[in-house]
Design a protein around this ligand. Structure first.
Ligand SMILES: Nc1ncnc2c1ncn2[C@@H]1O[C@H](COP(=O)(O)OP(=O)(O)OP(=O)(O)O)[C@@H](O)[C@H]1O
Ligand SMILES: [Mg+2]
Length: 259
């Protein structure tokens, strides 16, 4: 019986993670036998992986492998619906939470479409993300780290370039107090020179020790940033190891990433 079943039986889940990360250190984030459906479609098919505190995990796989669905499940979106398994973050049971509770706990999802709010300036977009507690970085601190956003603080945010909007999407998350950053294709649609700029920003995020899961079609770029990699195929984990293992294993890349 899983803790989800227990929850439905009206019992209280114990506040300890169900297992340890590889290597003995307790996992900061842990997904255990996570299963999720869009309606009748079984998409996330029993996914297991851990992330240690401060680690960057690249979550890779071909188109339709289930990467976005996995991120959405972790962020506790209604779709896809979690039906089985446990998800733990910093000893708290995410699997028992709604998306707003996951956000309050510190799960920050930057979706592929970035969700920049039209009609608002850069500054207003940042202020809006600080309406609810707990707050993260001050807006001044954000401007120090993102000078481009500082220059454009009075500009309507959706009129900025794709790269600048991606910076804002990340900055908006840092404006909240986050424990787990979930990035869905942060380099998508950006010119190589802008990708490098976003990479530098994400390296800065890494230095701050923010635990991150990055999904990217540009697997090589993600692997250079990441410590570890998990590869999904048809909603299941087919590889879990170091980022270097994937970079060194041409066969694995060919089979599951087509690179
Ligand atoms: N809202 C939805 N309703 C039904 N099926 C969906 C929905 N969203 C995604 N799917 C299906 O779930 C599977 C996994 O999709 P998902 O978007 O998670 O893949 P992905 O790995 O992020 O792919 P991509 O690299 O193209 O972004 C696909 O077969 C997709 O068609
Ligand atoms: Mg996707």
């Amino acid at each position: 019986m899983t803790l989800l079943d227990d929850q439905f039986a009206g019992k209280t889940a114990p506040s300890v993670p169900p297992r340890k990360a590889q290597g003995g250190a307790p996992a900061f984030f842990s997904a255990w036998e996570m299963q999720a459906y869009y309606g009748e479609s079984y998409i996330v098919q029993g996914v297991n992986f851990d992330v240690r505190e401060g680690e960057i995990l690249a979550l890779l796989g071909r188109n339709g492998a289930g990467k976005t669905s996995t991120l959405r499940t972790i962020a506790r979106m209604d779709d896809p619906m979690l039906t089985h398994g446990e998800i733990w973050l910093d000893h708290k049971p995410l699997h028992e939470m709604k998306s707003y509770q996951a956000a309050q706990l510190g799960v920050g999802l930057v979706p592929e479409d970035r969700r920049i709010i039209p009609g608002l300036t850069v500054q207003e977009n940042l202020e809006l993300s600080q309406i609810a507690e707990p707050k993260g970085w001050s807006i001044e601190r954000i401007y120090e780290h993102f000078p481009r956003l500082a220059e454009r603080r009075a500009q309507e945010a959706v009129t900025m370039s794709g790269g600048e909007q991606q910076m804002l999407a990340v900055a908006r998350i840092l404006a909240r107090d986050i424990k787990l950053l979930l990035l869905d294709e942060p380099y998508e649609g950006l010119a190589p020179v802008i990708v490098q700029e976003i990479e530098r920003i994400l390296e800065g995020v890494k230095e701050l020790g923010i635990t991150t899961i990055i999904v990217e079609q540009n697997a090589i770029a993600a692997l250079h940033l990441a410590d570890r990699a998990v590869i999904l195929d048809m909603g299941e984990v087919v590889f879990d190891g170091t980022a270097q293992d994937v970079l060194d294993n041409a066969e694995l890349r060919q089979e599951y990433l087509a690179i």
